[in-house]
Design a protein around this ligand. Structure first.
Ligand SMILES: Cc1cc2nc3c(=O)[nH]c(=O)nc-3n(C[C@H](O)[C@H](O)[C@H](O)COP(=O)(O)OP(=O)(O)OC[C@H]3O[C@@H](n4cnc5c(N)ncnc54)[C@H](O)[C@@H]3O)c2cc1C
Length: 604
């Protein structure tokens, strides 16, 4: 077990791998140690996530509209879709460095889809004006992880798997000088000194009962950075979309565009209850639009579908997509011309109305048969009449540890990248920009951590006793068993801090979390490793709820509702809320402050 390194990279996903490689390329003589929970290449979202077509957003020389300034459109999209609550200069960095990030992965052998003329194939994703999404297929992220990992194996970068970083060690001046590690297998604690630390621990999906994250994503980076005194930003903005509960498949694109019936466990269709003024064809058009606006978003009218599903589930119903027959009153021949033309375009030949329009399943087979096969392989056989049970599932955290242009946090020596970092995305992000972010700010974090490590050398430490003491202080009060606390946090967060957020629901959840915090977590029923995760879930959840409660308007995926079961979200309020919320540690708990983001510079 090493006691010292120059740069500690925490995490094993796309951002961590890219940061470690960039640090090594910038300063090959430095000792770099990458520590990750689980096994490298099989933990975290980058290594494990898949969807019907995973996107990597980039403005390349061949990307429309072309010209040397094409990246500016990309930066504008990030800032606009971000609801003007991101730092505009970070959006510009993302856009400007996208082509370089793509080229790096291309050289490592990521098998990007190309057209017959060998130009990179790019498609439109939600929130982007131009077609910028590069892809390899359903496993784009996994291909990126594998390519980076293969490169890492050719370098002297050391790797420590199956260990969590539980705490950062800081000197009296507040500068990061190392970390306390806990072994997943033995629960042993180790102290490690480091001259610079890059946090790339992904998002906090496991803070919610319904999510599509792997189990290791418990938001440790948010909690660790908070305890070390860092600022966090935009925590209330969390991407949530309708997913298959059995398979985790995001039910976007053709899954919605095939126009399934939304039914409960008794076969009752309920969408009409939420869209009373619309005809069956108009309701179908909104469902079709949901295919292109998968994450819930205030600016998309199709959010009515997420709201309907959430309310039905809160009433104790289960919700299914049924592809066996059309919704009551819907005659597919009456669908708008544009939708019928889209079906024909996707099918690649004229529609056979009698066959292709016979049912939602017939449409899905015509436009995306692989999705039907994919589900069947995982036990959901639509051809045999199975229905897809769905729920709003947490998929991405737009906010995180507040970074600036060098990926530096407000704690000296601490850098953050990927989903752990915040400020580069606002309330929402164009599809594909999370993977891009992991590569752009991963590289920037690595380069700047290397520069910092060369200027500030931390002495070696093997003071395991004080590292252990620091971890034990997390359990000083020790009241609620860790597994019970984790369950209550997850259920509370999915119930009150998901799609449908109200003042009373958030206040009640806040009280529950505060009570847990004052009673403390009792680590005795689980391993130390799991107990630290429970503390981190609690700290992350408290910050998220604080921010969600404070922002009493709707923006991005954050929908706030008035009392009495309102169906319409409270409108966006630019006069009061064109600002982001920054959370920081205070002796009495998390403190929150609205602040003005960095605005775009005016261009000639
Ligand atoms: C189903 C799904 C589909 C998606 N589709 C897209 C898409 O099409 N396009 C797009 O741009 N984005 C997409 N995203 C989001 C994107 O994939 C992620 O934001 C991105 O991969 C995150 O990379 P990361 O390196 O920040 O984190 P991760 O890849 O999650 O890696 C985090 C790592 O940190 C480790 N770790 C956690 N805590 C600790 C600790 N305390 N100590 C040590 N190690 C720790 C974990 O084990 C893991 O190795 C999708 C996400 C999901 C879930």
């Amino acid at each position: 077990m090493p006691h010292r390194c120059d740069i500690l990279v925490v995490g094993g996903g796309g951002a961590a791998l890219r940061a470690a490689l960039a640090a090594h390329e910038a300063a090959p003589h430095l000792e770099i140690l990458l520590v990750t929970k689980g096994a490298l290449g099989t933990s975290g979202v980058t290594a494990t996530a898949c969807s019907d077509r995973m996107a990597f957003h980039a403005t390349l020389p061949t990307t429309e509209p072309g010209g040397p300034d094409a990246w500016r459109h990309h930066a504008d999209d990030i800032y606009r879709i971000g609801g003007q609550v991101s730092d505009a200069d970070l959006a510009e960095i993302l856009a400007r460095e996208a082509a370089g990030a793509f080229d790096y992965l291309d050289q490592l052998g990521v098998p990007w889809a190309r057209r017959p003329d060998s130009q990179v194939d790019q498609f439109h994703t939600d929130g982007s004006t131009y077609a910028r999404a590069c892809y390899t297929g359903p496993y784009t992220a996994n291909h990126i992880e594998a390519a980076l990992l293969e490169r890492l194996c050719q370098t002297p970068i050391r790797v420590l798997e199956h260990h969590m970083v539980a705490e950062l060690l800081c000197n009296p001046e507040g500068q990061v000088v190392g970390a306390a590690l806990v072994s997943e297998e033995s629960d042993e604690v180790h102290a490690l000194s480091a001259s610079a630390v890059v946090l790339a621990t992904g998002g906090a999906g496991q803070a919610f009962a319904v999510n599509v994250f792997p189990p290791d994503c418990t938001g440790d980076g948010y909690a660790i950075a908070y305890r070390a005194g860092a600022e966090l930003v935009n925590l209330e903005f969390i991407q949530i979309g309708l997913c298959s509960l059995a398979t985790g498949l995001a039910c976007s694109g053709s899954m919605m565009r095939a126009l399934p019936r939304l039914v409960d466990e008794n076969g009752r269709e309920f969408l009409a209850d939420y869209m009373r003024n619309q005809s069956p064809v108009e309701r179908a058009a909104i469902l079709f639009a949901k295919g292109a606006s998968w994450p819930v978003s205030y600016r998309e009218p199709s959010h009515v579908i997420d709201i309907a599903v959430t309310i039905e589930r809160s009433r104790g119903h289960r919700v299914y997509l049924d592809y066996a027959r059309d919704a009551h009153g819907l005659d597919p021949k009456q669908l708008p011309e544009a939708i019928l033309a889209w079906y024909a375009g996707e099918k690649g030949q004229p529609l056979d109305a009698a066959r292709d329009m016979a049912s939602p399943l017939a449409r899905l087979l015509a436009i995306n048969q692989p999705s039907v096969d994919w589900l069947a392989e995982r036990g959901v056989d639509l051809r045999a009449g199975d229905q897809v049970e769905i729920a709003p599932s947490v998929q991405h955290f737009q906010g995180g540890v507040k970074i600036r242009t060098r990926a530096e946090t407000t704690v000296p020596g601490l850098f953050a990248a990927g989903e752990t970092a915040g400020g580069q995305h606002g309330a929402n992000r164009p599809g594909g920009n999370a993977l891009l972010d992991s590569q752009v700010f991963g590289r920037i974090a690595g380069v700047n951590a290397a520069a910092h490590a060369q200027a500030h050398t931390s002495p070696a430490t093997d003071d395991t006793a004080s590292a252990r003491e620091q971890i034990e202080r997390l359990f000083e009060r020790g009241g609620v068993p860790a597994h019970e606390a984790a369950r209550s946090i997850r259920e509370g967060m999915s119930d009150a801090c998901g799609v449908y957020r109200t003042e009373s629901g958030l206040a009640q959840l806040g009280r529950t979390l505060d009570a847990l915090a004052s009673k403390g977590i009792d680590p005795r029923d689980v391993s130390l490793y799991q107990a630290v995760e429970a503390v981190n879930l609690l700290q992350g959840a408290r910050m998220i709820v604080l921010a969600a409660r404070q922002r009493d308007e709707s923006r991005g995926p954050h929908l706030r509702f008035g009392p009495g079961g309102a169906l319409q979200p409270i409108p966006r309020d630019d006069n009061s809320w064109n600002r982001y919320l920054v959370v920081e540690r205070d002796p009495d708990g998390p403190r929150i402050e609205p602040r003005e983001p960095v605005r775009p510079t005016t261009r000639d």
